[in-house]
Design a protein around this ligand. Sequence first.
Ligand SMILES: *[C@@H]1O[C@H](CO)[C@@H](O)[C@H](O)[C@H]1NC(C)=O
Ligand SMILES: *[C@@H]1O[C@H](CO)[C@@H](O)[C@H](O)[C@H]1NC(C)=O
Ligand SMILES: *[C@@H]1O[C@H](CO)[C@@H](O)[C@H](O)[C@H]1NC(C)=O
Length: 446
Amino acid sequence: MFKGKSLAVLASVLVTVTCVVIYFEWRAVQEIPKSFVKLELKNLLQKGRHALLHRMIASGFHRAAAPAAAEPAAPAAAVEASRVALRGAGPAPAGEVSGLTASLAPHPSLSTGLPSFPTPREVRHASCLHDYEMSKWPRASLVIPYLNETWEHMSATVSSLVAHSPLELVDQILFIDDGNAPEWQHHEELLALHPKIRVHRNELRQGLIRAKVIGAAMIQSPVLIFMEPHCIVSRQWLEPLLEQLALARDHKTLVMPTLDIIPENNFNQYLPANHHIGGFDWTLSFGWKELIEKRNLSYVYPDPYPTPALSGGIFGIWKDNWEHMGTYDTNMTEWGGEHIEMSLRTWRCGGRILVVPCSRMGHVFRAKNPYVVHVPEVMKNTKRAALVWLDEHLEDYYKKVPYAKRIEAGDVSERIYLKKQLQCESMDWYIDNVYPELRAELSTKY
Ligand SMILES: *[C@@H]1O[C@H](CO)[C@@H](O)[C@H](O)[C@H]1NC(C)=O
Ligand SMILES: *[C@@H]1O[C@H](CO)[C@@H](O)[C@H](O)[C@H]1NC(C)=O
Ligand SMILES: *[C@@H]1O[C@H](CO)[C@@H](O)[C@H](O)[C@H]1NC(C)=O
């Protein structure tokens, strides 16, 4: 009798415990796919930073962007383009934005034997079109990691670089072959394009982040320019960047060009971008945010302007500053998260990030990465950035990305030590002084 009673109690306790466990498991499972799917969708739809370039053609300032002499974008097309851009982060069908198609004049460099590339029409402001006094400027080298890139894009990138850069100031154009299969290596073809081209091969894929650190360590020039191998640089793209770097006596300024948009399905199209600031939300996903003209009502185009965040792969930096500031977190794998980390670190540890609208290049916007991006890797990187940099706002990140709590992000003590050594300001300082809009994002529902 007594035995039967305690058995019954035991059984009901067991059943209750099992139910509770099942309930929490169920909740956890509900939670994982939701945040996972959300992030995965975000990644697929927006393709991280690249797709967001698309937003840059949103509303407004095409007239300001085009010099008087250039063929102005038809207003109807601009309105249509902005409508398309605002509708979603996915690529717009080519036909819908055809009013902004670039001219296709073959470049004179064809005669020198370089592969041809579509030359975009001039979209810079008239005040950018002048000779620059370069005698006191630092020399630069370019670092361009590549993985599974088409020869069409790589060769066009090089051709435009050779045609439109002041090569007397460029020491090397260093390609980092990040563990490409033989059919994607193109070493000889690259080297044959120009004597300043070098190729370094990582036998094992290191990921974009470490590939850049490896490449930068091989450079002797005082200035590093990180580039991507699917760009068409416009005339005088490098001069305004070097000018701003030369003006920064403390070497702590990072510079970005304005990235215009080349849709992947039409390499001959060129959509001039507007001048947005780069930012992010509490999931630490990068996005192009407000127009600078709206953010700063006394802004005068095309002055260089501050941006709270870097979009990613394309920027110039003094090499001594790159090293002093701790390059990248080399325990971040593959791709993603490093641009947010770099943005927070730069602003909070004495530096600043400027967009230089006189420097422009077209960037091939791709709906999809040509290589596999693993969402867990991106989340791991992002969590590393969050752990080191969000301070008392770490919970705000977890609130938006609950799944991140359970991601194993590894040891970040080295990066926290770096932050102390550099005597960096707090996250609240960053919000108050650099990116006040981030406070409003706290109440945004995702
Ligand atoms: C706004 O823009 C003007 C002109 O470009 C600049 O001088 C000024 O410093 C900017 N203001 C802020 C708060 O950044
Ligand atoms: C690059 O392309 C090769 C095929 O040539 C493929 O096997 C490989 O998975 C791709 N690499 C990545 C990282 O996606
Ligand atoms: C990278 O991870 C290893 C192993 O956890 C750790 O010893 C090292 O300090 C980490 N490096 C950085 C830069 O965080």
